[in-house]
Design a protein around this ligand. Sequence first.
Ligand SMILES: Cc1cc2nc3c(=O)[nH]c(=O)nc-3n(C[C@H](O)[C@H](O)[C@H](O)COP(=O)(O)O)c2cc1C
Ligand code: SF4
Length: 275
Amino acid sequence: MPTLKINESACIKDGLCATICPMQIITPPKGGIPPEPKPEFSKWCINCGHCVAICPTGALSHSSMDASQCTMADKKQIPPPDQFEHMVKYRRSTRRFKNKMPDHATIDRAIRMASYAPSGHNLQSVNWQVFTKRDDINRLAGMATDWMRHMLREMPNAPHAPVLKEVTQAWDQEKDLVLHHAPCLIIVHSRIQTGTEPTDAAIALAYFDLAALSLGLGCCWAGLFMMAAKLWEPLQQYLELPKGHQLHGAMMTGYPKFEFQRLPVRKQPIIQWRP
Ligand SMILES: Cc1cc2nc3c(=O)[nH]c(=O)nc-3n(C[C@H](O)[C@H](O)[C@H](O)COP(=O)(O)O)c2cc1C
Ligand code: SF4
């Protein structure tokens, strides 16, 4: 059950914890009395840590995190807009990988960065599975291709049939257009509790994509693989997701074989200003 611990001698009673709390479950300090949890505190607290993070003196700790555990926030480390803009524009989908497996520590670091992505109700429900064996990844791509062959037999005139045909023909020539011979495949899954989990997982993967870039890796969203994994039972069985979990996304990663020299042009965003 979540609780607050307030160091009364350090508390300057500025009430910031009460103001910032998204659930408004902290009674502000009054007449020398420090802030305290409201009666509904334990029912509504989402363990977001904003109360701990906002306190200028570190007087407040939460049962889920002690103030001393939290790294000090350093605004100077936020990349300036030009740098950040270049980074997000620099990111490309990587489909040609070096024959080099990223080490576990690098992938682990990118996942830990991605775990700071926002999540509905701060549930942080995303589960990660990392495939690092070439045979496994080849097998997964092969099973996705089996599904495509099945679809071509069942629905030869479906709108996406030409793509599936191309992919299966390439597979027959030992060219993997599903997972692009990536050395590593990441999948994200979770149990659905509130409904935001698929969005949470997509955001976490998008964070992973950028985190990986900062570590010298390249990524590509595995959309074709996901189409198959959503529908093809043998593939679902191979993934061995925990009972009740849904697959939300998959991403290939590895070291890019080539370096892009330019930032390609993208469409202008469609923005409707509503005055
Ligand atoms: C899909 C999604 C839906 C969210 N919906 C709300 C919302 O309706 N209201 C709100 O105050 N915060 C909302 N949030 C923000 C989360 O509560 C917040 O990300 C989480 O508490 C963690 O806090 P942080 O973003 O400061 O790390 C949402 C986040 C996500 C990813
Ligand atoms: S952890 Fe978040 S929701 Fe819980 S009391 Fe602190 S600020 Fe409020």
